[in-house]
Write a protein that binds this ligand. Structure first.
Ligand code: ADP
Length: 215
């Protein structure tokens, strides 16, 4: 097993980058945010456990996350290549991932650190809209759909995520700084961090990441 990790604050563009990489590489996209939202929608026990945390912009307990990640990894063959989006998000999750890598004979190839200024993150998150059916991500100003409120690829209805409200966004940024940003030095010590300037257009970010993957 081989893994790459997309690391960055809320709004850094992990989801959009993952969509692009899915088209252009063989990596399997594993988004804990998407998995949790699907669990919430289906009313499964994981969803019930995650609901309150997600709505407040807090992190879901590490044990829950590590459980769903292991279930996901176990489904694929030993040769699978994973792209983790939104995971790990705490040092304990990173330690848990290291254990899983040992168990499933995996290695981390790169940790892409998406660097975006805070004011840009705020602007992106308040304008974000997501397709109800396929999860595609749009932005009212920088990546609008062809027809307002409607997904270009499947015609699904676009909505604003409950945790994209202004108050929750500020909390998520704070949670990122406190709990997730320390992962940068954790992976720096292992020589895995690839800094990516991600404050511009999504295509430019994708190109920088592909340069590293194809090097
Ligand atoms: P964003 O990166 O834009 O904040 P995500 O879709 O990745 O959005 O995550 C949405 C919410 O899901 C988070 O605010 C958190 O509550 C929960 N979540 C997602 N991934 C994790 C994780 N690895 N650990 C803990 N909570 C998570």
């Amino acid at each position: 097993m081989e893994a790459i990790i997309l690391l960055g604050g809320p709004g850094a563009g992990k989801g959009t980058l993952a969509e692009d990489l899915k088209q252009q590489t063989a990596y399997i996209h594993v988004s804990t945010g998407d998995m949790l939202r699907a669990a919430l929608k289906s009313g499964s026990p994981v969803g019930l456990e995650a609901k309150a945390c997600m709505e407040a912009g807090e992190l879901v307990p590490d044990s829950v996350i590590l459980r769903i990640i292991e279930e996901r990894i176990a489904k694929e063959s030993a040769a699978a290549r994973f792209m983790f989006d939104g995971f790990p998000r705490t040092i304990d999750q990173a330690l848990g991932l290291d254990q899983l890598l040992k168990k499933y004979s995996g290695v981390i190839a790169h940790v892409f650190n998406l660097e975006v200024q805070r004011k840009v993150l705020l602007r992106r998150l308040t304008g974000r809209r997501v397709c109800k059916t396929c999860g595609a991500v749009y932005h009212m100003i920088t990546r609008p759909p062809e027809k307002e409120g409607v997904c270009d690829s499947d015609g699904g209805e676009l909505y604003q995520r409950a945790d994209d409200s202004e108050a929750t966004i500020l909390n998520r940024l704070e949670v990122y700084e406190k709990q997730t940003a320390p992962l940068i030095s954790y992976y720096q010590r292992q020589g895995l961090i690839r800094d990516i300037a991600a404050g511009g257009h999504a295509d430019a970010t994708t190109a920088l990441v592909l340069d590293v993957l194809n090097a």
